[in-house]
Design a protein around this ligand. Structure first.
Ligand SMILES: NC(=O)c1ccc[n+]([C@@H]2O[C@H](COP(=O)([O-])OP(=O)(O)OC[C@H]3O[C@@H](n4cnc5c(N)ncnc54)[C@H](OP(=O)(O)O)[C@@H]3O)[C@@H](O)[C@H]2O)c1
Length: 156
């Protein structure tokens, strides 16, 4: 099963040129709880932003390059082969924009943190509402003056 997990703003924005423009510790806690003990894959740009791998997760990094990755990360060159080889387990796609775009078609579920504000982002989560149904939504929360909710969408 493929699950994408992302926090998006009111225009599906996920980041600007400096990275993620909001600070939501509650969302970070939710994110870490979801991916605990799981297999995760991220794009090389996301990898560059991390200081260490997610503990208790199998951390894969997608890149065209033969990079020497830091300890705790494994390199993946071919996304389709990776998805085929991990078909029997749950794989979480952690982004960024390129990874979301290329994996949406394979996704069974989307874990979306919906933030009710426009951050003028330059990188976006792909359009998904035509092909996914909202299965679950938390009550709206507020942190750092931001309103947000945790949503789970399932493929139609
Ligand atoms: N709001 C959120 O929830 C959220 C979540 C995650 C990330 N983000 C943000 O998203 C931004 C990064 O997104 P991004 O789109 O720039 O980068 P990305 O998706 O993290 O990584 C892109 C890189 O992945 C590799 N790649 C992509 N497709 C590939 C393929 N088919 N085969 C092999 N390698 C492939 C390439 O690496 P090489 O160049 O090495 O070949 C490419 O340059 C960051 O600012 C991050 O903060 C936000």
């Amino acid at each position: 099963m493929i699950k994408l997990i992302a926090a998006i703003d009111s225009h599906r924005g996920i980041a600007n040129n400096q990275g993620i423009p909001w600070h939501l510790p509650e969302d970070s806690t939710y994110f870490r709880h979801q991916i605990k003990n799981a297999t995760v894959i991220m794009g090389r740009h996301v990898y560059e932003e991390l200081t260490h791998p997610f503990i208790d997760a199998k951390n894969y990094v997608l890149s065209h390059q033969s990079l020497p990755l830091r300890q705790g990360f494994s390199l993946v060159h071919d996304l389709e082969t990776f998805i085929r080889e991990h078909a029997d387990e749950t794989v979480w796609v952690l982004g960024g924009a390129q990874l979301y775009e290329q994996t949406l078609a394979y996704a069974d579920e989307l874990y979306v943190t919906q933030i009710e504000k426009d951050f003028s982002c330059t990188k976006f989560f792909p359009k998904f509402k035509d092909s996914f149904t909202l299965m679950n939504e938390s009550p709206q929360r507020e942190q750092n003056k931001l309103l947000f909710s945790f949503q789970i969408w399932r493929k139609k």
